[in-house]
Design a protein around this ligand. Structure first.
Ligand code: GLN
Length: 193
């Protein structure tokens, strides 16, 4: 299993570390030609969604990556990665991959609660540690979306078809079960590509 990790900005190194503990091989996506490598799955890390979105376009990575995601490549986005995968970003006309039918609200927890830690139930996994950093949450979901976790009445994890998103950063804890869920339930099911 070979997983590409978008490494333009943000927390890609921590994702790579978690994937390696699961025995997956990884490579960093920094330029268009990196996309020529075989890829069974993709991770879009946290960071700053506007910065990553701009770099995706400036480096001409966006179009090729969107084609892969649209054709079913399993993809996992955390925090800014979730914003980049959403159909709509509340209050804006901007959208990036539009790969999951959710409306996200950026920096949704306000200043005081900008960053916090909690533990909550995630469907099929159990109670997982969750680190939130100026996190978005999911305001609404379309009919095809399965909600996987709710914290304080707000949706913080969801899936639809080949796409998994979390508001929080599972790569910033020692617990690799969310990554394992991605590799086992999204990648192994879709077979080799
Ligand atoms: N607030 C960031 C954004 O809007 C996301 C924060 C994160 O990825 N930790 O892009």
């Amino acid at each position: 299993m070979r997983i590409g990790v978008l490494a333009l900005q943000g927390g890609f190194a921590e994702h790579i570390r978690h994937l390696q503990t699961l025995g997956a091989s990884t490579f960093e996506i920094r330029k268009k030609s990196d996309l020529q490598q075989p890829m069974d799955g993709l991770i879009i890390p946290g960071g700053e969604s506007t910065t990553i979105g701009k770099l995706l376009k400036d480096l001409s990575i966006y179009d090729d990556l969107k084609k892969k995601v649209d054709s079913g490549l399993p993809v996992f986005g955390t925090c800014a990665g979730m914003i980049l995968l959403a159909r709509e970003i509340a209050g804006t006309e901007t959208a990036y991959f539009g790969a999951i039918d959710i409306v996200v609200k950026r920096n949704a927890y306000g200043r005081q609660l900008g960053s916090f830690f909690t533990e909550a139930e995630m469907t099929e996994i159990g109670v997982v540690p969750m680190t939130f950093i100026r996190a978005p949450y999911i305001e609404s979901t379309g009919a095809g979306v399965e909600v996987l976790s709710v914290v304080d009445g707000r949706i913080v994890a969801a899936r639809e078809k080949n796409v998994l998103v979390t508001s929080f950063h599972p790569e910033l804890t020692e617990d690799n079960r969310v990554h394992r869920y991605f590799t086992e339930r999204f990648i192994n099911q879709s077979g080799e590509r």
